[in-house]
Design a protein around this ligand. Structure first.
Ligand code: UDP
Ligand code: MG
Length: 136
């Protein structure tokens, strides 16, 4: 059964800094996710805090917001069959050490905080996150 979805993906500062944008994009496109929109931006710490506010009570929140605003990022709308969960599979576990072989985080992640990519975790959050970066 067809289940076309959109999800929000972010290439985080550690990966942009290491020139991994095209390599990461090619993993999505090779796996039949279509990049519908993409832009390179540099957000403020306040914007990062708004984006990650579900994590505001976590001990890592402040560092996470500083990190996401520390350099340019690439935000993308990915579209494809079951895109939300499929993108999470391509990304791998949050901690690169625990991520499966050939996942983006296993290939490129440096640590649990510098883990190269973000991906929405539900269809509902995908809608909110897409709206956050691509308002129109
Ligand atoms: N994070 C961190 N320390 C932790 C857990 C998470 O720095 O112990 C960071 C990490 O960059 C992660 C982000 O916070 O990608 C959001 O955490 P979440 O649990 O939502 O993981 P994700 O959905 O990105 O796999
Ligand atoms: Mg998450």
């Amino acid at each position: 059964m067809s289940n076309l979805e959109q999800t929000l993906s972010i290439i985080k500062p550690d990966a942009v800094e290491r020139n991994l944008i095209e390599e990461i994009k090619s993993i999505f496109t090779k796996n039949n996710l279509v990049i519908k929109e993409d832009k390179k931006i540099h957000i403020t710490k306040e914007e990062a805090a708004e984006f990650y506010k579900v994590h505001q009570t976590k001990p890592f929140y402040d560092d996470l917001c500083s990190y996401l605003s520390s350099g340019p990022i690439v935000v993308m709308i990915l579209e494809g069959q079951n895109a939300v969960l499929f993108n999470r599979e391509l990304m791998g576990a949050t901690d690169p050490k625990k991520a499966k072989e050939n996942t983006i985080r296993k290939l490129y992640g440096i640590s649990i905080d510098k883990n190269s990519v973000h991906g929405s975790d539900s269809v509902d959050n995908a809608k909110k996150e897409i709206k956050f970066f691509f308002k129109n």
